[in-house]
Design a protein around this ligand. Structure first.
Ligand code: 0O2
Length: 228
């Protein structure tokens, strides 16, 4: 909570140091930039919805449980520019940050994650910028997900613009773990001992949820094997 208040205050200080004209220009440019990210996010979301639809017709099942989209808040963008020691300008944000637009795809099975990632990145208007596979190499705290940074074109009135989107693909079990861990790690009034202990317990939960994912995948493989 204290850290959040610090960030908020830093942001308020930053704003109050700007002239009215500077603020107006910044706000207008930022609004335009955010609208590009919003459009790119919709494009990617639609691509996944199309894949899900096609898959459900051809295979009578949906690989996607749900899709969530989010645009990073200005406060959070500002905090990241401070952390990365880069200017808080439209150009610098475009050049240096790749997670302003985020699309999270919750899948039924681990195999679906890789199948959908392949389908997306093999589309000829999608450029894959980088992949972080936290399923093959989980974070030390147990976090699992497949992250892709992709760039797609959005077509404006007079121009075609490439915009970056961060795609996170994970199973229902990975999502449950990540959401609960995210909620709990911001509790600041825990003692160091309790922090350490809960870290270990969270890691155990991550391993249990991975076991569940692997088991479910195995069961599905057996069932599909029967019907081929
Ligand atoms: P939010 O609210 O989801 O936007 P950086 O982005 O610079 O901090 P990096 O290495 O570029 O770090 O990105 P990374 O670690 O590949 O992915 C960052 C995003 O992945 C986070 O975004 C989270 O959504 C998710 N994530 C990564 N690690 C964890 C984790 O340990 N626990 C949980 N619950 N989520 C994680 P943001 O911006 O932090 O948050």
């Amino acid at each position: 909570m204290v850290k959040n208040m610090d960030r908020k205050q830093q942001f308020i200080d930053f704003i109050s140091e700007r002239s009215d004209a500077e603020l107006k220009e910044m706000t207008d440019n930022m609004k335009i930039l955010m609208s590009y990210y919003r459009c790119a996010m919709f494009e990617i979301e639609t691509k996944f919805r199309v894949l899900n639809e096609q898959f459900s017709i051809e295979h009578e099942r949906n690989p996607i449980e749900s899709i969530k989209t989010r645009l990073k808040s200005l406060e959070s963008i500002r905090e990241k520019t401070v952390r990365k020691e880069i200017p808080f300008t439209v150009q610098s944000i475009e050049d240096n940050l790749s997670d302003i637009a985020g699309v999270r795809v919750i899948c039924s099975f681990i195999d679906d994650i890789y199948m959908l990632a392949d389908c997306l990145t093999s589309q000829d208007d999608v450029r894959l910028i980088c992949t972080k596979d936290y399923i093959k190499d989980p974070k030390p705290n147990g976090y699992r997900s497949l992250h892709l940074i992709v760039e797609i074109p959005i077509f404006l009135r007079n121009e075609k613009r490439f915009v970056k989107v961060e795609v996170q693909l994970r199973t229902i079990a990975m999502e449950t773990w990540a959401r609960l861990e995210h909620r709990m790690r911001y509790k600041k009034n825990l003692s160091n001992d309790l922090l350490k202990q809960t870290e270990n317990e969270l890691l155990e939960c991550a391993e249990l949820s991975n076991t569940l994912d692997l088991k479910m995948q195995d069961i599905r493989n057996k069932i599909e094997g029967e019907y081929i």
